[in-house]
Design a protein around this ligand. Structure first.
Ligand code: NAD
Length: 494
């Protein structure tokens, strides 16, 4: 893909979408969005603050009543129109995603198609939005539940899979009848902006979906603190998630938190080692390791450790790093993230870690201006060390040697996080024991640590979330209230 061609896809300035219009930030301030592939300024973006959030909330409040009164089936059809607009423009969307994240077009297209799939799923939920009809203990009484919107939804997302993250939040919030304010990730403003454009052109009423850009503390925090925002749905780091839970908890606003992970992948002595090595490489390095579900702790039985180690290193050394479809993964999203991972790996090395491959940013001509980290594998690290417990969100993974299944399970669970895990074994008893005992929200057998399908509930335990699940029909519970309805009939009035 020719870069200059692609750059025309992203305007020189990315405005907010408020009340169906593209607007600058009130203070008329901007920030620079840097291209992670070459370190150049890609575009300038509205730098919003509390006053802009106020405007967006006011617009959402104005739009909400009428949107909530649109029958859910019809809301679903309107969201279907938005999804079809995304489908018609999937290549443009994928190019924007690729350009602002540095990931390949091929990967970005897959992500866009995932968002379309999710849009179709939730548009159809307009036809279901089920309550429950049940029995009553009293004679002549009928009991049921109906779903009602909460009001205004504040949606805050991370940059790693920007169109997927946008879709995961916007569709369920809107199909339930809420009006929404999406605070886009500061590193991927163009993706959310373009989604807003497609939604607007597809006929979504003004104010139903407002999209605001800005930094977390300046634009995200006022959205979280806003008294008229009824639900905050957040995808991002655990530290920010805790802040959100505290702030929104003060006014008892509903909060959904999809947070970080330090995901274990266990390789047993009876595993298909080629299959396991393939999945470790995909789980640790795809999307440059910028996945909450990334396999950052690979736990290997002693009996196969050395052989498996060799297999992994061989595979990792063949990985191509760059932004094209021929590459295996691209840059990380910004310089701060790259610096942080380099520093953490350096500290681990000082504490005795063995660097089996990679370990530093790529400084050759093709990579030195971008935020490229080499595929990095370490071992000889303590389970409680910084590198074992801190999410780095990069192409870095650690290997741990264990004697047997029990040690592997104990180590897998010895983590502040509990998002995903995987086990590789041919033994169904081991597999089922692991599935039962591992403390995570998503577990796989003989595959990778991956996110979930659109109709399935994804989320974590411990520091990986607060128990909510997105997407699937479970996300409807985040964005709607159940109301109990009782009908008392009088047979004498017939
Ligand atoms: P981050 O928490 O720094 O930022 C995420 C979003 O929160 C951004 O839009 C940011 O502007 C905003 N934000 C930051 N400070 C804020 C504040 N004080 N108030 C309100 N909003 C604020 O996370 P990141 O580094 O951009 O993203 C990576 C993290 O996201 C990782 O921890 C990763 O595991 C997590 N993540 C989780 C999932 C999941 O589904 N569990 C999916 C993707 C990413």
């Amino acid at each position: 893909m020719v870069n200059s061609l692609m750059e025309n896809l992203i305007p020189e300035f990315i405005p907010n979408w408020i009340d169906g219009a593209q607007v600058t930030a009130r203070a008329n301030q901007q920030f620079e969005k840097i291209n992670p592939h070459d370190g150049h300024v890609l575009t300038r973006v509205a730098r919003s603050r509390a006053a802009d959030i106020d405007d967006a909330v006011t617009a959402a409040q104005r739009a909400h009543r009428a949107w909530a009164d649109v029958p859910p089936v019809r809301r679903g059809m309107m969201l279907h129109d938005v999804t079809m607009a995304l489908k018609q423009n999937r290549e443009t969307m994928a190019r924007i995603v690729a350009l602002e994240t540095g990931k390949s077009y091929k990967l970005a297209l897959g992500e866009t198609d995932g968002a379309i799939e999710l849009g179709i799923f939730y548009a159809s939920e307009g036809q279901r939005l089920y309550g429950r009809t049940t029995t009553s203990g009293a004679p002549n009484r009928y009991a049921m539940t109906v779903r009602q919107p909460l009001g205004i939804a504040g949606l805050i997302i991370a940059a790693n899979t920007p169109i997927a993250n946008t879709a995961w939040k916007v569709y369920p919030a809107l199909v339930c009848g809420n009006a929404a304010i999406l605070k886009a990730a500061e590193d991927t403003p163009a993706t959310s902006w373009y989604f807003g454009k497609l939604a607007h052109e597809a006929g979504l009423p003004p104010g139903v979906l407002n999209i605001v850009h800005g930094y977390g503390e300046e634009a995200g925090a006022p959205l979280v603190a806003h008294p008229n925002v009824d639900v905050i749905s957040f995808t991002g780091s655990t530290v920010v998630g805790k802040f959100i839970a505290r702030t929104a908890g003060e006014r008892l606003a509903r909060v959904s938190l999809e947070l970080g992970g330090k995901n274990a992948l266990v390789v047993c002595d009876d595993a298909d080692l080629e299959n396991a090595a393939k999945w470790v490489v995909l789980s640790a390095f795809s999307n440059a390791g910028q996945r909450c579900a990334s396999a950052t702790r690979v736990i290997v039985f002693d009996a196969v450790y050395d052989k498996f180690c060799e297999m992994l290193i061989t595979r990792a050394n063949t990985l191509r790093v760059g932004p094209s479809d021929d590459d295996d993964f691209g840059p990380v999203i910004n310089a701060t993230q790259l610096d942080c991972m380099e520093d953490t790996v350096a500290r681990a090395r000082e504490h005795g870690a063995r660097i089996l491959c990679g370990g530093a940013r790529l400084r050759d001509d093709a990579h030195r201006d971008g935020f490229y980290m080499s595929p990095t594998i370490l071992d000889n690290v303590d389970a409680r060390a910084e590198i074992s417990t801190t999410e780095l969100f990069g192409p870095i993974t650690c290997l741990y040697r264990v004697k047997n299944f029990q040690e592997a399970l104990t180590l897998a669970n010895d983590s502040p996080y509990g998002l995903t895990a995987s086990i590789h074994t041919r033994n169904v008893h081991r597999a089922m024991q692991f599935v039962q005992k591992v403390q995570v929200g998503v577990v796989t057998v003989n595959a990778g640590t991956y996110g979930s399908e659109p109709h399935m509930p994804f989320g974590g335990v411990k520091q990986s979330g607060n128990g909510s699940r997105e997407p699937g029909t479970e996300a409807l519970d985040i964005y709607s209230n159940l109301k109990d309805v009782y009908f008392q009939l009088d047979p004498n009035s017939l």
